[in-house]
Structures are given as structure tokens and as C-alpha cells.
Write a protein that binds this ligand. Structure first.
Ligand SMILES: [Zn+2]
Length: 264
């Protein structure tokens, strides 16, 4: 089996991490980008990446869903942490916009955009790719990413409109595919319509998937993402594994490997 790469997993939220990572290796996973959501999660993610160096690569961010509990001082502290540590990480994220009704009741769109712009600016300065959350905010998320001048971005678990997907492709950005593509029609459409060289795989572990048979994902479930892409694109599983892992290496560049600056 060709190697697999999980571009988005919340390893800081997985209880038995040793077992989950052993299972991932067994399933053919050669690397995982561990994604933080706020300062505590970012710190833990960086520690995990140090412990599993060469297998786990850290991304640090500020999830829009967390902004509801942040006052201005807290947001500044969160952004400062990202600024000070991004050079030691593979990517900025998870960050972005979430226009779900429940979220915007707590955090207005403008405030979300302000934070997102700032993290994008930090990513440009540190020359790091960005892992973008864009639920129901696809058009604005793409616009802000483009305006920032960031060179590499992944629209994770993308389920947005065809026009926005086209914009993502035209700009040379990426979309990442979760196991939800087994049953979620909008996500399946993205798998079919995206350029093959712009597709990445992810699990977003430890989220829950499934409509009837519910299960909590771990990074080994990247195999499900790979299989459903193979099925929908009429490609062999071997080729999908090879192409998506190659795309991940291209996207993250030297940051998944030796080039991350050592934490002093
Ligand atoms: Zn996530």
C-alpha cells in the first residue's frame, strides 16, 4: 500500500493517543498534521508533535467556534502565541469562519473576519500554509484567503458551492476530504469536481461520522477517506494514496520534515 497522510486531526482530543497512532501506522499512515484550536490545544498539539517527531506535525490556530468565550485581551494573547510559535509549526490552523447560526449569535461575522485576517497575516509572514474552516462561510473565507496573499491553503471538509470550489482550484489552493464523503452529498460532489492534484485526505479525528452506524474517527480512518475518493474518481486505491500524499508533501513543503525550526 502506498503511504497515506492525514492532513487534519485533533490529536490533543484523542484519549488513548498511543493506541490511535499505532493503529494509524498499521493502516499505512506516514504522517499526520495535528491541528490546534486555541492556546491550550495549541500547546498540547506542539507537545504531541515533539513526542512523535517525524510522524506528527503541528498546526496552531484559533478556531472560530472558540471566539465566543474570548474577550479582546484573550484574543490578543491567542494571536501572540500563534505569532511566537508559528515558525516551529507546519501550518496555521484551525482558523477561519463559521456562519452557523449558533456560532454567529455568539461571534459576529465581522469579529470572525478580523481574527481570520490577522492569522492569515501571521501565516504570510511566517510563510506557512493555512488550514481553513469555512462552514457556511465559503465565499467570504475564499475572499479573505485570496486577499491575504497566502500562497497555500486547504479548505478542510469542504462542502461549499461549485463556484467557490472553482475559485479554490483557480487560486491553486486545496480541499481536504473526510470520511463523511461516504454519505454526504455535497462533500461527494467536491470529491468528483475538484482537480485530483488539489485533493488531500483528512479525518478531523476525533469527530463522529456516520448516519446510521455512528463511529468516532481516529487517524486510521483516513483509509475510509482514501477508499471513497478512489470509488468516486474511478481511480485505484494505490493511485489515490500516492497522489494525495504527494499533494500533501507539495502543500506542506519543507514544513513536514526537517525544515521546521527547532524549538529552542
Ligand atoms: Zn478540525
Amino acid at each position: 500500500m502506498n503511504p497515506l497522510f492525514d492532513t487534519h486531526a485533533h490529536l490533543d482530543q484523542i484519549p488513548d493517543l498511543q493506541a490511535a497512532l499505532d493503529d494509524a501506522r498499521e493502516a499505512g499512515v506516514t504522517g499526520i498534521v495535528a491541528v490546534g484550536t486555541d492556546m491550550e490545544s495549541n500547546e498540547k498539539t506542539m507537545r504531541i508533535a515533539t513526542e512523535w517527531k517525524g510522524f506528527v506535525y503541528p498546526a496552531i490556530g484559533l478556531h472560530p467556534g472558540h471566539l465566543g468565550v474570548c474577550d479582546a485581551a484573550r484574543i490578543s494573547a491567542e494571536l501572540r502565541f500563534i505569532e511566537e510559535n508559528l515558525a516551529h509549526c507546519s501550518a496555521a490552523g484551525e482558523v477561519g469562519l463559521d456562519y452557523h447560526k449558533r456560532i454567529i449569535e455568539q461571534v459576529p461575522r465581522e469579529m470572525q473576519q478580523e481574527v481570520f485576517r490577522e492569522v492569515l497575516r501571521l501565516a504570510v509572514a511566517a510563510r506557512r500554509p493555512v488550514l481553513v474552516h469555512s462552514r457556511y462561510a465559503w465565499t467570504d473565507a475564499l475572499r479573505l484567503v485570496r486577499e491575504s496573499g497566502v500562497s497555500d491553503a486547504v479548505f478542510h471538509w469542504f462542502t461549499g458551492f461549485s463556484g467557490v470550489l472553482q475559485g479554490i482550484m483557480d487560486a491553486g489552493y486545496y480541499v481536504s476530504i473526510t470520511p463523511a464523503a461516504e454519505y454526504h452529498e455535497e462533500h461527494r460532489r467536491v470529491v468528483r469536481a475538484a482537480g485530483m492534484e488539489r485533493l488531500l485526505l483528512e479525518t478531523d479525528a476525533p469527530v463522529w461520522y456516520g448516519r446510521t452506524d455512528r463511529y468516532q474517527a481516529c487517524p486510521a480512518d483516513i483509509v475510509r477517506s482514501m477508499r471513497v475518493v478512489a470509488e468516486l474518481r474511478s481511480e485505484s486505491e494505490e493511485d489515490v494514496a500516492a497522489m494525495t500524499t504527494r499533494a500533501a508533501r507539495r502543500m506542506f513543503g519543507g514544513t513536514i520534515g526537517q525544515a521546521i525550526e527547532e524549538v529552542s
